[in-house]
Design a protein around this ligand. Structure first.
Ligand SMILES: [Zn+2]
Length: 253
């Protein structure tokens, strides 16, 4: 299974899975970008996977449906009306012969799902987990987002994480402020700064790295608790209170 990024808009990636002349795209916000690639490479679009209803993830679906006979998978409760195969927690689908399990991850939106393949070691998680960050909480509660990220963090450490935005550098600029003594984080930030200077993509990331560097998966860490204590106005914040404060601090930074 070959997975590659199609850059769209200013900082989105539409992930394209390619297998024996057939293709699947995840969150095609822009039909043109996908259509061009398919035509240039003689591929047939078989499936569209949607993680959540936002327009930059769904805007190209209608046009792609007009040109290709493809299946559109997405959350069962999505406000986006183009979902044909409605998915919920623990459903399994087969994409190019590989099984993907559905994980419900509400928080960024209420209809958000992630697609996980244990056999391929890959996760398509939309706007839930980013490298060094997480999605803004637009529709859910901090507690929902915290639970969703906790679910994702129980997957195999080797899982490759395909998120949909090139936010890594700005996420890491923030992360080093809340955990400046994390050497793995500082080292990773330097590596990403170099990559972005050359305009190279920072993704996919992997779960082990994220658990080592991502402040939104590290609410248990004392240094982070210490650094957000004054902002949160809580002396001994719980992990959820820490997560909520870090999210709110980042929203206001
Ligand atoms: Zn979104």
């Amino acid at each position: 299974m070959n997975i590659l990024p199609l850059p769209a808009f200013t900082d989105n990636y539409i992930w394209l899975i390619e297998e024996n002349g057939k293709a699947t795209v995840v969150d095609p916000g822009d039909a043109k970008v996908v259509d061009n690639y398919l035509k240039e490479n003689g591929l047939k679009l078989e499936n569209i996977l949607i993680t959540h209803h936002h327009y930059d993830h769904t805007g190209g679906v209608e046009q792609l449906k007009e040109s290709y006979e493809c299946n559109v998978y997405g959350p069962y409760d999505s406000p986006f009306k183009g979902v044909e195969r409605k998915l919920k927690e623990n459903d399994e689908i087969t994409i190019h012969g590989c099984s993907f399990k559905i994980i419900e991850v509400p928080g960024h939106t209420l209809d958000h799902i992630a697609y996980y393949s244990a056999e391929q070691d890959v996760l398509f998680c939309g706007d839930t987990l980013f490298s060094g960050g997480c999605g803004r909480i637009f529709e859910g509660t901090p507690s929902q987002m915290f639970e969703s990220l906790s679910k994702l963090s129980t997957l195999d450490l080797t899982t490759k994480v395909y998120c949909t935005h090139e936010y890594t550098q700005s996420n890491l600029n923030f992360a080093v402020k809340v955990e400046p003594h994390n050497n793995i984080l500082v080292e990773y930030k330097n590596k990403i700064d170099e990559k972005r200077l050359k305009n190279e993509i920072s993704l996919p990331t992997n779960l082990k790295l994220e658990k080592d560097i991502n402040p939104f998966l590290r609410s248990h860490v004392l240094e982070i608790k210490e650094n957000i204590k004054d902002f949160a106005k809580i002396n001994y914040p719980t992990d959820l209170e820490t997560f909520t404060a870090v999210r709110s601090l980042k929203d206001n930074s």
